[in-house]
Design a protein around this ligand. Structure first.
Ligand SMILES: [Fe+2]
Length: 502
């Protein structure tokens, strides 16, 4: 295991970033309370970007408003997302800067309970104590910030979750994972994989092999490198590798075949100084994306490709075909959402950005790479999911949140893509429902790839409540099998994970 990627190096990089943060005078007043924004009152969808009703939430028995829990579905559905946006009359001006709240929906015996807790990060605890925001975030500059000593001082732990080793990890992408009790969701502290890795970035999209091995990465975009983590099914670090010369484009996610890890450095690169981390990135419309492929069994074995300019948050599955070519699915777009869209939402404005498209990419063994197809149908596609038992294999079905709505700036449908025939089936929740990521849960003992359920939350703007929906993945066009309702509205979140009852 190479250990060159020292904590000191990360601190140095981050210090460089914060030293730069004193420059522009774009300052202040970027933040204010939500209700001060014109239009926020008249737009029901803004409910999705208000703070959670309380830092700790509990509903022991969610109201069943439709159907019944399918037989065989038992376990815990975890989710994470930004949930605290305002302090002392100031509002963060980028969605990704809200402090994280983790949710657990325990499903079993025809009953569903909900627990939600703010992750007690060191940032959250310090700010609770003083009653104001103390540090700038990814896209929000705070006036008179306190000095920071490392990435975890600004860690909001708000992006995803990973149940592993008897705990639940709350994930961000710029710093450590946070350890939580997987039942009570109480925060235990930061996760240190090895003493020399304390405070290292651990991204929010780990990939789990069919044998339970977890792969993830952390990015140091200031110094053009990433660190790769290999973790045993029980949660022990069993390998790591520093990859140098990875261009400093914002890498949010990656994809994985049986044999390879695939990283794409997009055309959204660190090029300049800025008030916030995000301001240091620039969209370079003529800059190709750089693809880096490494072999899982020999991380020194690396090959590279170019792809046309682009940016993406999320990948579907990836696999090697019989020729040794690597193929993967990706929700590809530009940097409009992270640069402008996620800020517009916080102001109660509908983002004016290009939608992300579902694209299929091939990396030829011969060295050529191309985007083979881009789906123009059904507008935006995001939050791609597939049957985890097919990780790294040629899977037929991909599930996305999609379609566009005139009623709100998010998507109202769950879509199922048959990648063999190109057919798309869908369930549209309706104009008054904002749909969040749905996970595919394989039916225990199931044989077909789509034998299972899609589980996900949605925000109903009429009832002003969050719902938990269960769809039959083989027949999602028939609508939900079960819908449970919370007595409150949760702010919209990002990603989830499933822990089945064994
Ligand atoms: Fe993500």
């Amino acid at each position: 295991m190479g250990m060159e990627f020292s904590r000191r190096m990360v601190l140095k990089s981050l210090a460089a970033g914060t030293a730069l943060a004193g420059f522009g005078i774009n300052a202040a007043a970027q933040v204010s309370t939500f209700d001060s924004y014109a239009g926020a009152q008249q737009k029901p969808w803004t409910l999705g970007w208000r703070s959670a009703p309380a830092p700790d939430l509990a509903t022991p028995d969610m109201k069943l408003i439709f159907g019944s829990t399918p037989k065989g579905l038992a376990g815990t559905f975890y989710r994470n997302g930004p949930a605290m946006f305002e302090r002392d009359g100031l509002r963060v001006n980028h969605w990704f800067d809200g402090d994280g709240m983790v949710h657990a929906y325990h499903i079993g015996d025809s009953k569903v309970s909900h627990t939600g807790r703010m992750v007690r990060t060191s940032k959250y605890l310090r700010e609770e104590k003083t009653g104001r925001f103390l540090v700038s975030g990814l896209g929000t500059k705070i006036e008179n910030p306190v000095p920071i000593t490392g990435p975890d001082d600004v860690n909001v732990a708000n992006t995803s979750v990973l149940p592993i080793g008897g705990e639940l990890l709350a994930l961000w992408e710029g710093g450590s994972a946070y350890r939580l009790d997987d039942t009570t969701l109480e925060t235990i502290g930061t996760k240190t994989w090895a003493p020399e890795l304390k405070g290292m970035p651990f991204s929010a999209h780990p990939k789990v092999d069919v044998d339970g091995t977890v792969w993830n990465f952390g990015q140091d975009f200031f110094n053009n490198r990433i660190i790769i983590y290999k973790i045993s099914p029980k949660g022990k670090l069993v390998g790591m590798k520093l990859l140098k010369n990875v261009p400093g484009g914002m890498i949010h996610d990656f994809c994985m075949t049986k044999k390879h890890l695939v990283f794409v450095a997009p055309s959204f690169r660190v090029t300049r100084r800025g008030d916030t981390i995000l301001d240091m990135f620039e969209w370079l419309p003529n800059k190709n994306q750089r693809v880096i492929v490494v072999e899982k069994d020999n991380l020194d074995n690396r090959r590279e490709y170019d792809l046309p300019p682009g940016f993406q948050f999320h990948y579907g599955n990836a696999w090697e075909d019989k020729f040794g070519d690597i193929r993967f699915s990706v929700c590809m777009g530009g940097s409009g959402f992270i640069e402008n869209g996620a800020r517009a939402l916080m102001r109660g404005e509908t983002p004016n950005i290009n939608p992300s498209r579902l694209a299929h990419v091939v990396l030829r063994k011969t060295g050529a790479a191309q985007i083979e197809s881009i789906l123009d149908e059904r507008a935006t596609h995001e939050f791609p999911q597939f049957n985890a038992n097919y990780q790294g294999q040629n899977s037929r079905y991909l599930y996305t949140v999609g379609d566009s709505s005139h009623a709100h700036p998010s998507q109202p449908s769950m879509l199922k893509h048959d990648l063999k025939t190109g057919a798309i089936s869908a369930h549209n929740y309706g104009a008054h429902e904002i749909v969040e990521e749905h996970l595919f849960i394989a039916r225990p003992g199931g044989v077909r790839e789509d034998d299972g359920w899609l589980i996900g939350t949605s925000l109903n703007l009429k009832t002003k409540t969050t719902r938990l929906n269960v769809l039959d993945a083989a027949h999602l066009e028939d609508g939900p099998l079960a819908v449970f309702e919370l007595p409150y509205a949760l702010p919209l979140g990002f990603h989830g994970a499933w822990a089945g009852k064994t």
